[in-house]
Design a protein around this ligand. Sequence first.
Ligand SMILES: NC(=O)c1ccc[n+]([C@@H]2O[C@H](COP(=O)([O-])OP(=O)(O)OC[C@H]3O[C@@H](n4cnc5c(N)ncnc54)[C@H](OP(=O)(O)O)[C@@H]3O)[C@@H](O)[C@H]2O)c1
Length: 262
Amino acid sequence: MLNNKVSVVYGAGGAIGGAVARAFAREGAKLFLTGHRRAPVEVVANEIVAAGGSAEAAEVNALDEPVVDKHLQSVIDKAGRVDISFNAIGIPDAKIVGVPLVELDAEQFSLPITAYATSYFLTARLAARRMVANKSGVIMTVTALLSRTGVPLVGGYGPAMATKEALTRNLSAELAPHGIRVIGLRPQAMPETSTIKEAFEPRAKATGVTWEQWQELLASRTHPRRLMTLAEMADVAVFMASDKASGMTGTTVNLTMGSLDD
Ligand SMILES: NC(=O)c1ccc[n+]([C@@H]2O[C@H](COP(=O)([O-])OP(=O)(O)OC[C@H]3O[C@@H](n4cnc5c(N)ncnc54)[C@H](OP(=O)(O)O)[C@@H]3O)[C@@H](O)[C@H]2O)c1
């Protein structure tokens, strides 16, 4: 579905970035994988290459404009174009969640809003400048249910996710006339990721629920009464990145399995 699509993934050493990268590679994409630290990105790239795919790893801080720009130029120099940009970076929850809003200082509140919005803006803008020349491309990112629903003790994370979803709409409004689609994915919590275990810790302390009870509670809010897997999320990412989804832009795909109504 993604044969020879030149794809850049930011945060590719993470759970979602890694799963999306593997799924894109399986469908024939050429991957340029990036992350904060090179080592976890290299693990994913090596796995893809060992399976017969195409992947290169690079250390790129997705908040540093000149670094992102230089990396994208190197992609253009090697592959001739960029077809897909997927921003899957994640800020560690320990820096963001667990403090009631009335006690939260402004810096901690602003951190996720500034970091998530700026990184998505920078990676999208710099990719779009290259995509416009080909009159085609897909810009993607990932958000969470907290963009649209109230949850205690999550600080600025919900506003950060809502900001990214607004940016998806606005990017699309400007870029779709140039043949560039902009799509977000809003998955339900995937318990196989360390992110979700870390997000659970402050709740465990505040409420006394166990890890199993918390998973059951989240699952009980979905229609199939189970949480989604990384593989299921990545399969949707493949479809949305493919030409088969040419009718989709300016929206965030609701992957909450019924937990959140549109
Ligand atoms: N996991 C879930 O179930 C779930 C569900 C819904 C939404 N989400 C959201 O999806 C996003 C990704 O989640 P995840 O579970 O994949 O998180 P993750 O496993 O922690 O991965 C995040 C990745 O982003 C990288 N990163 C952080 N800052 C960066 C920067 N400035 N430049 C480049 N890379 C950077 C991290 O690299 P280092 O480790 O080197 O810092 C890490 O590899 C988060 O916003 C998360 O809240 C996750």
